[in-house]
Design a protein around this ligand. Structure first.
Ligand SMILES: Nc1ccn([C@@H]2O[C@H](COP(=O)(O)O)[C@@H](O)[C@H]2O)c(=O)n1
Ligand SMILES: C[C@@]1(CO)OP(=O)(O)OP(=O)(O)OC[C@H]1O
Length: 158
């Protein structure tokens, strides 16, 4: 059996009045993430970690932010395509671990729903998707509430 790991990191700016898409759901908040797509930073790091594990470049390579077809796109559609790319190469996802860096709001109340939605998109068990969150103790761009960052690591096998 071939086992490979992958890692993803991404940042999006937060702006007042935008919808806040995170982990495939809309999180109620005064601010939302800015991007070419719906700017779902958690999905983007999962995509990058999966692509990295399969050595398939990164999200911007497959879905360029200069391409109008991805303007405002639901990142769940990008994740579905990434999973398809891995599946057609014979890979299955063993597990995903992730951390969202966000000063506010609290994401803990929303994690079960994110796991449910992402599991459905990827066709895996919710139990194989770990989502954690941390503030940065008011330090840096996350601490100043200017942005949201996320990290993910994955294990895939075939
Ligand atoms: N946006 C966030 C940030 C944190 N949490 C949860 O709160 C715990 C404490 O956060 P610290 O940054 O003070 O370590 C953290 O472990 C998370 O469980 C959250 O839900 N949403
Ligand atoms: C997802 C894509 C594509 O719409 O755009 P953004 O939402 O700007 O996200 P980012 O993580 O900066 O880069 C990947 C992009 O190509």
């Amino acid at each position: 059996m071939k086992i490979r790991t992958g890692f993803g990191y991404d940042v999006h700016q937060l702006q007042e009045g935008l919808p806040f898409w995170l982990g495939g759901i809309q999180v109620p908040h005064t601010h939302g993430a800015l991007g070419h797509s719906d700017a779902d930073v958690l999905i983007h790091v999962i995509c990058d970690a999966l692509l990295g594990a399969a050595n398939l470049r990164d999200i911007g390579f497959h879905f360029p932010d200069t391409d109008p077809q991805y303007k405002g796109i639901d990142s769940k559609r990008l994740l579905k395509e990434v999973v398809r790319l891995l599946t057609e190469r014979g890979y299955r996802i063993s597990n995903i671990d992730s951390t969202i860096c966000l000063e506010a709001p609290k994401v803990n109340p929303h994690i079960a729903e994110m796991q449910r939605v992402l599991a459905e998109v990827m066709g895996i068990d919710a139990d194989d998707i770990s989502i954690k969150a941390t503030t940065t103790e008011k330090l840096g761009f996350v601490g100043r509430r200017e942005g949201v960052a996320a990290y993910a690591s994955v294990l895939i096998s075939k």
